[in-house]
Design a protein around this ligand. Structure first.
Ligand SMILES: Cc1cc2nc3c(=O)[nH]c(=O)nc-3n(C[C@H](O)[C@H](O)[C@H](O)COP(=O)(O)OP(=O)(O)OC[C@H]3O[C@@H](n4cnc5c(N)ncnc54)[C@H](O)[C@@H]3O)c2cc1C
Length: 500
């Protein structure tokens, strides 16, 4: 096991946060290894499943051009990218987390978001403008909405490809099928890890350890324990390897638990998707176009405001709402005006869809739903749509809402009347858990006295205090990259103090 002999920094995981940590520690000239519980073909954790959108604070096209290299002159001329200031980003984080997110950590992440994307680009990550997902054509010009113009070329898989290629070039070995089972700690500091490698339990010494090995979303027992009833029945949108082991081992050496442990990111996911993510279909099972229609439960009733806000600011909490419905499922219903606007994921082969020429025929096809009540729900909904439906505009909160319903639809409400109709069956897909470890802005893990645990750094989904109740899309990869890069840099500085 020669490769483990002269390790300065051990990075646990091989996803976005771990890869950024490893590259940034290596940049400082340290010997770094990455250890992943997964086999090589499942490398990259949840990152490999991600759509690849990254939320970033930017002041205009000038900033975006530093990240997205290859926009054509025509694209620049015909697109309104808008701006998304640090204040806008902070505002969204505050609002969706009900003002509970840790301001120090969140401000740090936002302040470093643009610079970190530029750094990632310097490491070989390619970004493109998110035309397909975040822009609508209005009066002949593409208009971006929701502050999300950047996505990684090739999505999360492309991100892993690029970061791992750079790790290989920089001489960072990645050991797969190598779960870390615990941390080694003496009186002074964390001194390494205990691993299971080729059926052998080994101890690997290092000067610093970065834990970036995900939350507990793939662990049914922990989901039931921390998130509550029925969470063990949720589908897992991503990797099966994020089982909360990193959190457990950090807590075992005295790290402080932090953040919203009873909450998670979960969204509308095809009812018949497999138990864990599928690296071919990836995000294809997600069904995020509900603002264009209505969602009904087994009773045939609506249960959320589908147009409460941009989908990017509501989707991560609606999985939880579905899990609270009888039978843990819902149907999303659309008419022909909405159908052309549905996202690509509604057109995949592996979709649970029914179509019908009329609402009554549709009602009969909605498995598990009280059809009569469903028809009354649609009628009540249609009667409640205000005349403003004519100014429907999906690129802004158009205020086309319902009037007088107990559960309103606040924007994008249009009568469901143009045949044929389509409906899609969904359940809750869990993405990642919000509870984590307390870190500071150097990504040092802190103990219950807010004192850093020497030699232990944490990044990615394992960081607590960023998300409460809800999540603005594209923030996971950005925060993971910012704190991953920071963790690598801090681990390198710490290791250097031991002559590394
Ligand atoms: C379908 C889907 C779409 C998404 N889309 C987006 C998006 O567009 N934008 C966005 O910002 N976020 C998105 N996310 C969320 C985002 O991808 C993740 O939150 C983020 O990638 C997590 O990165 P990470 O590095 O913390 O963890 P991961 O990428 O999950 O990596 C964790 C790694 O740790 C390893 N590991 C776990 N336990 C151990 C152990 N004991 N020992 C060794 N290794 C271990 C795992 O095998 C894995 O490789 C999406 C997630 C999913 C599932």
């Amino acid at each position: 096991m020669n490769s483990f002999e002269k390790v300065d920094v051990i990075v646990v995981g091989s996803g976005n946060a771990a890869s950024c940590a490893a590259l940034s520690a290596r940049e400082k000239g340290l010997n770094v290894v990455m250890l992943d519980a997964a086999p090589r073909e499942a490398r990259g954790g949840n990152t490999a499943y991600a759509g690849g959108q990254m939320r970033v604070a930017f002041e205009g096209i000038g900033d975006l051009l530093k990240v997205i290299g290859d926009l054509t002159d025509e694209e620049i001329r015909n697109t309104d990218f808008g701006t998304y200031s640090a204040a806008d980003f902070l505002d969204d984080m505050g609002r969706v987390t009900e003002y509970r997110c840790n301001p120090e950590l969140v401000e740090y992440a936002i302040r470093n978001s643009l610079d970190t994307l530029i750094w990632m680009r310097s490491k070989g990550v390619r970004f493109q403008a998110s035309f397909g997902r975040q822009a609508f054509r209005v009066d002949g010009k593409f208009k971006f909405w929701g502050g999300l113009p950047c996505e990684v070329w090739g999505g999360g898989a492309g991100l892993i490809e690029a970061l791992h290629a750079r790790a290989e070039r920089d001489g960072i070995p990645i050991f797969y099928d190598t779960p870390v089972v615990s941390l080694l700690r003496n009186n002074d500091r964390v001194t390494g890890v205990r691993i299971l490698h080729r059926a052998q339990m080994l101890e690997v010494q290092a000067k610093a350890v970065v834990l970036a090995c995900g939350g507990f979303e793939a662990n049914a027992e922990m989901r039931a324990r921390y998130l509550g009833r029925n969470w063990e029945l949720a589908k897992v949108r991503g990797t099966r390897y994020n089982t909360g082991q990193g959190l457990r081992m950090a807590l075992e050496v005295g790290a402080r638990s932090f953040g919203h442990w009873s909450c998670a990111h979960s969204s509308c996911w095809d009812l018949n998707a497999p138990e864990f993510g599928d690296l071919v279909v990836r995000g294809g099972y997600q069904k995020h176009s509900y603002p264009l229609g209505i969602m009904v439960n087994a009773r045939g009733e609506r249960f959320v405001d589908e147009g409460a806000d941009f989908q990017t600011l509501t989707y991560a909490k609606y999985g939880r709402e579905i899990l609270a419905q009888p039978g843990l499922f819902a149907w999303q219903v659309f008419d022909q005006r909405a159908v052309p606007l549905l996202r690509e994921s509604y057109r995949i082969r592996q979709v649970t869809r029914v179509q019908a020429p009329g609402l009554e025929e549709l009602a009969a096809k909605l498995d598990g739903v009280d059809g009569e009540r469903f028809l009354r729900t649609v009628e009540e909904f249609n009667n409640a749509v205000s005349g403003r439906g004519d100014s429907f505009n999906p690129s802004l909160k158009d205020g086309c809402g319902t009037i007088g319903l107990r559960i309103p639809k606040s924007n994008w409400a249009r009568r469901i009347e143009r045949a044929p109709f389509e409906a899609y069956a969904v359940t809750a897909g869990i993405t990642f858990t919000f509870g984590g470890i307390k870190i500071n802005t150097r990504a040092e893990a802190e103990d219950y006295g807010d004192v850093p645990i020497p030699g232990l750094f944490v990044a990615g989904e394992m960081v607590g205090g960023l998300f409460y109740h809800n999540y603005p899309s594209g923030t996971g990869l950005t925060c993971g990259a910012v704190f991953g890069r920071t963790a690598g840099r801090s681990a390198a500085v710490f290791a250097r103090s031991f002559g590394g």
